[in-house]
Each structure stands twice: as structure tokens, then as C-alpha cells.
Design a protein around this ligand. Structure first.
Ligand SMILES: Cc1ncc(C[n+]2csc(CCOP(=O)(O)OP(=O)(O)O)c2C)c(N)n1
Length: 572
């Protein structure tokens, strides 16, 4: 029931206050520690309550930076990232981040301000139909219609964002409802009959899979980010060791299995390693756990895993059979599935020939490059970042060649040390995502690996890094070009470098210094060595402008339209 007079006779189990009060209360109930938000007219009633609410508020310098920071926070903390943006341009500025989070299954709860209910639909000042705009790129979205429903809608939003296959949820908040006084249940029941993710897999399907494993001669597990969301890395290790199953990782699944384990074959896909791609091509049983058979992983589907019986464990039934015909579908949570699999009896596979083959590929065809003192090789820089951070950093990347070198040359031994924009491939993601990652884990050594072009899409977030003294090591792989585009133009467009070389670039060292951040330009390996020794442990942000070779390409590579066995640039 709406009422104008506040704080009169509050019934047990109910709260009384403005819509904005109830929003803050609900966030506290969800134990939200940080809000990434940007104020404006439509969210002023909410910002008035944020002023002294006690929750850390981070003001990005662009709303897109705020939502990417929330994604980095969600990826590392395992909790939902919370974003607030005002109506109209504030809301439309977060659209890319929503699409990014949707593609990479990141849990976000996003609040947008909306014009007052009385003027919705009149093209009022700063009105945008954000529900219409974001319907295909959110897991769920809705508009608040009354004060009473606020606690329930917010509770549902956190539930939907973080359970099943995680994803972004958007709540549109009209300004008048944020200001209106009302009464609502403090901890309402939620009932979502249309949303009941299946967690426990069907036992018969698990039996079928266990039997397929016991008779396989060339089995392989493809481990995706679903393992990380399900916090199932320990069980993956136990199962892989029990059955002696080799593991291939997707880009987003890196870290779900220790890269230095003898059963690890490394990353597959367009720039994955020879062994992982060949294992997918030659295997007779492919067990996909929590990956979505993305085209950058599979290459041409006609040639993908042509000899394999495919099993696919996924919490999202829509993923199973979407791209690859699947003989053994298993719908459920990866942790539940693995805990059932480790308990199955049955012979372990007799596959010593296969294991020998994989071992010899690993030895013969590792990632490779030709080093030089100058110009500095980007692969060497990545190796040095690995060495100087003892392989224990959180690596956050932007999108492009540097992203692939980071995936290749920073072998993750633990889960949740890797933040990258995989599905959408969003330039401008890296720097703000590093902000969120560092806020999620204050003591970690966070390394932001960025291209010079992607860095320029979100440089304004240097201000946040300085403001919170986040000790992020910002490593720019500066090749004075849109490197990945340049590489494709070199290989597929007869070296016609159409708008991929950057002729005007700011001095990144001076730019960082303008924000009060220490910075170094680095041109040789020995310079890199001494500066990294000096700054890696620093308890303050540092920007490193690595002047890397301009025409270095990422290899191996599966060209578009080719199968995973048709890599070029493999070590001879
Ligand atoms: C927002 C956005 N625009 C365009 C692209 C297409 N794109 C992919 S990689 C790339 C070049 C990136 O250059 P840089 O940031 O310098 O990284 P590098 O490849 O040189 O390591 C471009 C333009 C994209 N992924 N995202």
C-alpha cells in the first residue's frame, strides 16, 4: 500500500521507506560490497540514499567502464557485480557491457534510472526504452511498478543472475517510484515457476557417459568456464586423475585445470596449441564440460571432432546440440555431474597409445616464437610477466593479439585468475575489468594486459585506479596498430592495411603521469627485466608502455573456414 507519510507503525516483517530506501536495504541483504555507478537526473533519489549508505561506491569515468568493472568483479569474486546508471544515455552506455556479460555468462544486477511513470512513452527528457533495447542481451529484465514489489524484484534479480547459467539482470527504476514512500515485506518469498534450473543430472545419462569413458581409446575432456562457475575445478582434477583423462581448455575455461599438470593439453581454438586442437580432431570420445562449442574453438564444424562420440555436460539445455550433434547429453551443474562421475565404477580407459601420442605432440609442437633483444617480442614480455609474478597473478586482458599471447604464455595453475572478454570480444574491456578484479581481490597481483588501441577506448578509468590506489600493473603491448586487424589484413587481404596503423598516439607515459600514475616506456628485454623487478611488488599502480615488434603475428592459427587439424604457423 502506498502512503505519503513515512515511518509510521511498521508491521513486523515489513520495511517502510522510499523506493530508494528499500533498494539500499535489499542490496545490504544481498551483502553487496561495491556498487559501480554513475549518477544523473533519474537516479538522484537513489544517489541521495547512496550518499551515506556505507556500501563502497565506485564512480567510473564512463558508464561502460563501470559495467566492465562489475564484470571483472563478478568473475573474480564469484558474486554478482552491481551497476547503477541513469536513464537515457547512462542506460545506453552500458549496453555493450550487458551483451558482453550475456555472452560470457557473468552475473550482474544492473539498475537503470527511468523517467517518472507518468511520462513513460512520451519521449521525455533522457527517456530510452531500455527494456526493449536490452531484452536480447539480458538473462532477465523488468521495470519496477510499485514500491511494495522492490524487495521481491531485487531478491529475484540476484537469484536469477547467480544461479543456473549466470547472466546479467536489469531492473529499470522509474524516478517517482524511487522517491515514493511505501511499505513492503523485508524478506519476501520468491516464486519463479518458469525458472527452475536443473542442477542434478539424470543418473542414467551419467552411467552412459561413465561406460563410454571405460571403453574409449582416445578420450578427451574439453573444460570450459562452466567448471569455474560451478566451482568444480577440484572435482575435475580428481576425475581426470582417476580416469587418466587428458584435458583441453577453452579460452574462458583457462585455469579450470592446472596448466602444469601432465594431463593438461592446453588451450584449443583459433590460436590454441597444436596438441589441444589435434586432440579434438583425433579423439574418439569428447566430453565437453561447461563450454558452448563456440566457433572460435571449433573452427569449421564439418571437420570438428569427426571421429568422436560427443558427450556434453551443461547447465543450460539450450547449449546441448546447438552447434555439435551430441550423443550423450547431460543437463546439470558441472559440480554435481563430476561428483556423480567420480563415484561410478568401471574400468579406466585403456589408452596408453593415445597418451603417448599426446605426449609426443606436446614435446614436438609447443607454442614458439623467435626472440630478439630488440624490437621487443610480445611473447617474451608475456613470459616475463609470468616469471615476475611467479605465475600467480590475476591476468585481465583487452581484445586482440595481446589477449591471445596472454592466453598462450601465462599458464594458469589456479582457477579464477583470468579475466577476458571471450564471446563478444569487446575492446575497451581490459582496463576497467582490471579495476573490478582488483577490488574483488585487494591482495592479488593484477596485471592488465592491453593493446595500445583497446587501452585508448577506456583510458579515462586511470582516474579510478588512482583514486582507489589500485596497484594494477598496466602492461600495454604497444605495436602502434590494431594488431589483430593488421594480422588479418596481412594474411587475408594482401597486406592492404586499411586503417589499422595508428599514426597519432598520445605519449602513454605522460598520460599516466597526468593521472598521477607512475609509468615507464620499455624498448628492450634487459630494460623490461630491470623495470619489472622494480615495480612488480609495488603497492601502487604502474603503467608499462612495452614498445613491441609491430608486425609480429599470433600463431598457430586456424584460418576461418578451416578445421582444427589445419593449423598454420605450427613449430617446424
Ligand atoms: C569495440 C571493438 N571494436 C572493434 C573490434 C575489432 N578488433 C578486434 S582486435 C582489434 C585490434 C585491437 O588492437 P589493439 O588494442 O592495439 O591490440 P593488438 O591486437 O594490437 O594486441 C580490433 C579493432 C573489437 N573487437 N571491439
Amino acid at each position: 500500500m502506498l502512503q505519503e507519510a513515512a515511518f509510521t507503525k511498521v508491521k513486523a516483517g515489513t520495511s517502510n521507506g522510499s523506493g530508494a530506501d528499500l533498494l539500499i536495504e535489499a542490496l545490504k541483504r544481498e551483502k553487496v560490497e561495491v556498487i559501480f555507478g554513475y549518477p544523473g537526473g533519474a537516479v538522484l533519489p537513489i544517489y541521495d540514499k547512496i550518499y551515506d549508505c556505507g556500501i563502497t561506491h565506485v564512480l567510473p569515468r564512463h558508464e561502460q567502464g563501470g559495467i566492465h568493472a562489475a564484470e571483472g568483479y563478478a568473475r573474480i569474486s564469484g558474486k554478482a557485480g552491481v551497476v547503477i546508471a541513469t536513464s537515457g544515455p547512462g542506460a545506453t552506455n552500458i549496453v555493450t557491457g550487458l551483451a558482453d556479460a550475456m555472452m560470457d555468462s557473468l552475473p550482474l544486477v544492473v539498475f537503470t534510472g527511468q523517467v517518472a511513470t507518468g511520462v513513460i512513452g512520451t519521449d521525455a527528457f533522457q527517456e530510452a526504452d531500455i527494456l526493449g533495447i536490452t531484452t536480447p542481451i539480458t538473462k532477465h529484465n523488468c521495470q519496477i511498478r510499485s514500491v511494495e514489489e522492490i524487495p521481491r524484484v531485487i531478491k529475484e534479480a540476484f537469484h536469477i543472475a547467480t544461479t543456473g547459467r549466470p547472466g546479467p539482470v536489469l531492473i529499470d527504476f522509474p524516478k517517482d517510484i524511487a522517491a515514493l514512500i511505501g511499505e513492503a515485506p523485508t524478506d519476501p518469498e520468491i516464486s519463479l515457476p518458469g525458472y527452475q534450473p536443473t542442477l542434478e543430472p539424470n543418473y542414467l545419462q551419467i552411467r552412459k557417459l561413465a561406460e563410454a569413458v571405460s571403453t574409449a581409446k582416445k578420450p578427451v575432456i574439453l573444460a570450459g568456464a562452466g567448471i569455474l562457475f560451478a566451482k568444480a575445478s577440484d572435482l575435475l582434477l580428481e576425475y581426470a586423475e582417476q580416469q587418466q583423462l587428458p584435458i583441453v581448455n577453452t579460452l574462458l575455461g583457462l585455469g579450470s585445470f592446472p596448466a602444469d599438470h601432465p594431463l593438461s593439453l592446453g588451450m584449443a581454438g583459433m590460436h590454441g596449441c597444436y596438441t589441444a586442437n589435434m586432440a579434438l580432431y583425433e579423439c574418439d570420445l569428447l566430453i565437453n564440460i561447461g563450454a558452448r562449442f563456440d566457433d572460435r574453438l571449433t573452427g569449421n564444424l564439418k571437420h570438428f571432432a569427426p571421429k568422436a562420440t560427443v558427450a556434453h555436460i551443461d547447465i543450460d539445455p539450450a547449449e546441448i546440440g546447438k552447434n555439435v550433434p551430441t550423443a550423450i547429453p547431460v543437463v546439470g551443474d558441472a559440480r554435481e555431474a563430476l561428483s556423480m562421475l567420480v563415484k561410478q565404477d568401471g574400468k579406466t580407459p585403456q589408452h596408453s597409445e593415445w597418451m603417448k601420442q599426446l605426449e609426443s605432440w606436446k614435446k614436438e609442437y609447443p607454442y614458439w616464437y623467435e626472440n630478439a633483444e630488440s624490437p621487443l617480442k610480445p611473447q617474451r614480455v608475456m613470459e616475463m610477466l609470468y616469471e615476475k609474478s611467479n605465475g600467480d597473478g590475476i591476468v585481465v586482458t583487452d581484445v586482440g593479439q595481446h589477449q591471445m599471447w596472454a592466453a598462450q604464455y601465462y599458464p594458469f595453475k589456479k582457477p579464477n585468475r583470468w579475466v577476458t572478454s571471450g564471446g563478444l570480444g569487446t575492446m575497451g574491456f581490459g582496463l576497467p575489468a582490471a579495476v573490478g578484479a582488483q577490488l574483488a581481490d585487494r591482495s592479488a597481483c593484477v596485471i592488465a594486459v592491453l593493446g595500445d588501441a583497446g587501452f585508448q577506448m577506456s583510458t579515462q578509468e586511470l582516474a579510478v585506479i588512482k583514486e582507489f590506489n589500485l596497484p594494477i600493473k598496466i602492461a600495454i603491448f604497444n605495436n602502434r596498430s590494431l594488431g589483430m586487424v593488421r594480422q588479418w589484413q596481412e594474411i587475408f587481404y594482401e597486406e592492404r592495411y586499411s586503417h589499422s596503423k595508428i599514426s597519432v598516439q598520445p605519449n602513454f607515459v605522460k598520460l599516466a603521469e597526468a593521472y598521477g600514475i607512475k609509468a615507464y616506456e620499455i624498448t628492450t628485454e634487459s630494460e623490461a627485466d630491470s623495470i619489472l623487478n622494480e615495480v612488480m611488488e609495488a603497492n601502487e599502480p604502474v603503467l608499462l608502455d612495452f614498445r613491441v615488434a609491430e608486425s609480429e603475428n599470433v600463431y598457430p592459427m586456424i584460418a576461418p573456414g578451416k578445421g582444427s587439424h589445419e593449423m598454420v604457423g605450427v613449430k617446424k
